[in-house]
Design a protein around this ligand. Structure first.
Ligand code: SF4
Length: 357
């Protein structure tokens, strides 16, 4: 089944509140929604596979291909994934844990011209897509794309395999009205709701539909109260667009948590904590707070002299008079520290005090 949505104009702050509430409710009852999703997908003729890791998902797809005698399969980047296990792994990782069609639309292989894609699509026995949302009550996936490659990859091959992180579940079809409206600024193109294999009265669609629900570290994030909110992310890219510092935005920090070794990106330390990402987030994730939590984790993981160095730095920075005294000492007795530059006659603090502040 394929439908294209018309998105109405609704007050954005109300939508953000609603979206955040829906996501929180899903995460608090994820076990229930996973069961409901499986039930509904099965009722629509599809099949659900729970994959603990990306490698589990890859192994499943390779086994499926072997059992069905499939020699060619395509993903969003239109490579021949059957011949390259690492490429398939990268594909699953990107589709299940990251930006889905957002990346797909922007990271086409150089040789992925329209005719190349078409050729691959027609030859493929399995088409692999991600999913922006998994709709529990419909047993369906929702693709929001700025091109229609996902839709074609899901319709042309005999088998459609959709890979989605377990956090992509939303409870009801009507919730799409909220999330698609929030996504629409970034995905102005095609919206498809796909459930199960082709029905007898449908002209196109796969003969077999498999939904792989990927954990890939999400359960661990869910169990961590300080970071659970990250799973509300709908990969809209708004934080990426607003971040004045990092080229991947705070979404990049999240992505690293979802791939082995499941540690935060070093870029969490690059943020100025200006709060722009938190303000931009349509599902109200408190990104600055989570960045601080991730930094805290990193600090706890530090050992040896670096940990002591940071402790010493924090000790001094929390004591302004000590900081000033050490600055004066450095100016007086450690000229080499200035590397030849002549220090100003008065420090900033002295100048500030001179203004009577
Ligand atoms: S703005 Fe929020 S929902 Fe959008 S990508 Fe960033 S963290 Fe995710």
């Amino acid at each position: 089944m394929t439908t294209t949505s018309t998105l109405s104009t609704v007050d954005t702050s109300t939508l953000r509140e609603r979206a955040a509430a829906i996501k929180k409710q899903v995460l608090a009852n994820l076990d229930h929604y996973l069961v409901e999703t499986e039930k509904q997908v099965t009722a629509h003729g599809g099949h659900v596979v729970f994959a603990q890791t990306v490698d589990d998902a890859v192994d499943y797809i390779l086994l499926l291909a072997k059992e069905r005698g499939v020699e060619h399969f395509v993903g969003a980047r239109a490579t021949n994934l059957a011949n390259d296990k690492q490429a398939l792994r990268n594909e699953i990782e990107a589709l299940g844990s990251d930006l889905g069609s957002y990346l797909a639309g922007r990271a086409r292989q150089p040789d992925a011209s329209a005719s190349y894609q078409l050729e691959r699509l027609l030859a493929a026995g399995i088409g692999i897509t991600g999913a922006n949302f998994v709709v529990a009550d419909a047993g369906a996936i929702c693709l929001a794309e700025d091109d229609d490659f996902g839709r074609r990859a899901s319709a042309a091959p005999k088998i459609h395999v959709a890979v989605a992180g377990i956090e992509k579940i939303i409870p009801r079809t009507r919730d799409l009205a909220v999330f698609l409206r929030l996504l629409s600024a970034r995905f102005p193109g095609h919206v498809s709701l796909l459930s199960g294999p082709r029905r007898t009265d449908e002209l196109d669609g796969p003969e077999e539909f498999v939904l792989i629900l990927l954990d890939g570290g999400r359960s661990a994030i869910l169990a961590d109260a300080a970071k659970r909110e990250l799973l509300q992310c709908i990969r809209c890219g708004a934080c990426l667009a607003r971040c004045p510092v990092t080229p991947v935005g705070q979404m990049g920090a999240l992505t690293r948590l979802l791939t082995p070794p499941h540690t935060a990106s070093p870029l969490v330390h690059a943020s100025t904590l200006c709060g722009a990402c938190g303000e931009a987030c349509p599902v109200k994730i408190d990104l600055p707070r989570i960045l601080v939590a991730l930094r805290h984790d990193d600090r706890l993981a530090l050992g040896g002299w670096r940990a002591w160095l940071l402790r010493g730095w924090a000790f001094v920075m929390l004591r302004p008079r000590l900081y000033e005294f050490l600055g004066l000492m450095a100016r007086a007795f450690w000229p080499a520290a200035w590397k030849g530059a002549k220090p100003a006659a008065k420090s900033f603090r002295q100048l500030w005090r001179g203004k009577g502040r």
